[in-house]
Design a protein around this ligand. Sequence first.
Ligand code: GLC
Ligand code: GLC
Length: 628
Amino acid sequence: MARPPSTVDDEIFDLRLARSAPDLWPMLDAIYGHREDYADFRAALLKVLKKGWKDRPADLKSLDLKRDLEPDWFQRPDMAGYVFYIDRFAGTLRGILDKLDYLEDLGITYVHLMPCLKPRPGDSDGGYSVMDYRQINPAYGTMEDFEAVSAALRARGISLCIDLVLNHTAKEHAWAKKAAKGDATYQEYYLMFDTPDVPRRYEQSLVEVFPDNAPGNFTYYPGIGKWVWTTFNEHQWDLNWANPTVFLEIVEIMLFLANRGVDVLRLDAVAFMWKRMGTRCQSEPEVHMLLQALRACSRIASAAVLHLEEAIVAPAEMLPYLGRGRHDGREGNLAYHNSLMVQFWGALATRDTRLMTHVLGTHFPDRLTNATYATYIRCHDDIGWAITDEDAAAVGATGHGHRNFLSDFYEGSFPGTFAKGALFQVNEATGDKRISGTFASLAGLEQAVEAGDAAGVEAAVQRILMGHALIASYGGIPLIYMGDELALTNDYGYLQVPEHAHDSRWIHRPVMDWAVAGHRHDGASPGARVFWGTKAILARRRAVSALHGCVPVKVVSAGVDGVFAFLRAAPTGVVLCLFNFTEGWRRVPEAWVRGVGVTQMHDLLSDHPVEVFDGHVALPPYARVWLA
Ligand code: GLC
Ligand code: GLC
């Protein structure tokens, strides 16, 4: 006899709970177990999970099942992401519906809509200062519009990623407003201090994220009479994750968003979630326990949903976000491969791939469990030179000198540089300076066009395509940042916008140039060539099964100056990916190529045979080849 659907539904929930309970409760026991109200908290959490599941629409429940059956869906080579601001790309949420053909033309199967929840008015850190997690930014549309877009994307097989800021809310969030009025329950949601002593003690070991315009990590509010923890901007109040009610509230929000059709939650600024006196208050062990618990909650009540953890930190600190040690396979499904990005820019400036080979070859495992990287060359944020002194020393450089050189090079002040960018958050105290700029401008296009230098334009186009070929093959989901597929250059208009002028990151957040996009299929403009090249790279990626995210990545040294190499060791045979980071020709010995396992001299990227001359594979300037 067939069972009624509700029983089957309950059974699925119970099975999922049983599956993930061992990932969930031990984490919460350790963090909140000492509290008197812990049993109530557990009961309340179960209720939240059950309600989330009960509210989950039927089509999303079948997506849950589908993804249970295909747990590697996000690691497949047909995944290719595109990241954009809704207003800058399409005006409004509904506007996106008219752009889906464009995305499909490029080969996109995943979109990250930059912050789209209701931000505070005025400067909102690009939307990362959220005042209501259950409403859409009214400038973009409504929750109905959002659901219409999510359904349209799903119908086309495009996954949807949105931001969920976990570390802080806007000071205009309802919780913060109640806290400001003196409500003790809500003051517990944040980190508020009556006197400056404790903040001062914390400050001794904290770093500053925005030293330029938001120095320090605390803000005093005379009206409230309290010091409030504000790691980022003054208007972004850090949440108190030691309070289990915060955990409950966020899980409710996560499931609410999941049930609107979100596939990937990009958990913003997660490194900062746990505070411990005497530390930098970044990436503390509790952060990983909380993130594993949140992941388990999604797996129980919205199994199709993945977590992308945003932690832009050095390699050793970043890997745990993909689940290391006891969190193996249980934490983020995705995390940004910040080091790959930094090393790309480093090698491009120095024409030297030794540091890149060293860092990627020694600090990263060749495979991950239930997880993969989000690979990228540019995003909406600045580039911070996350290169340690030890790594620099391993190739005979000094960390400080090298980081400084890279900033000068990409700012455009280093003699002979091809790049044009802008400094971001120069920290006089530490000498640290970060960089803003679009892919195309940092890669030399803007300068070459201004100088009427045809060879420079050509080199810039090749650098961009090499970057896209790198992130398409390294292992993970390549994320193309809006405009980079058309080689859009820096947008200096932000200097005229009062809310943006202090933040040079707006230089690389241009408005989409639909005129250039309209000509992508005709002409030999840099924009058209980069579009075609990028589209071809993504198409070839789809065709090469060895680029699946779970195929091991082994960085190898070809021993040739300026060449970066890695192997994708697939059961069907290796693919050797080679990249020439210089404007000169490079020769890689055929014997070495065959020695690492290449049997056919066939380039899977161009889908053409590779000619061997004089016992060498010849690589033109900025060449990229995927040898089978
Ligand atoms: C993340 C975002 C960045 C924002 C910060 C604070 O790092 O990517 O744009 O400024 O979090 O929310
Ligand atoms: C992020 C990172 C930092 C980044 C900033 C936003 O969370 O920690 O490196 O530059 O916030 O720009």
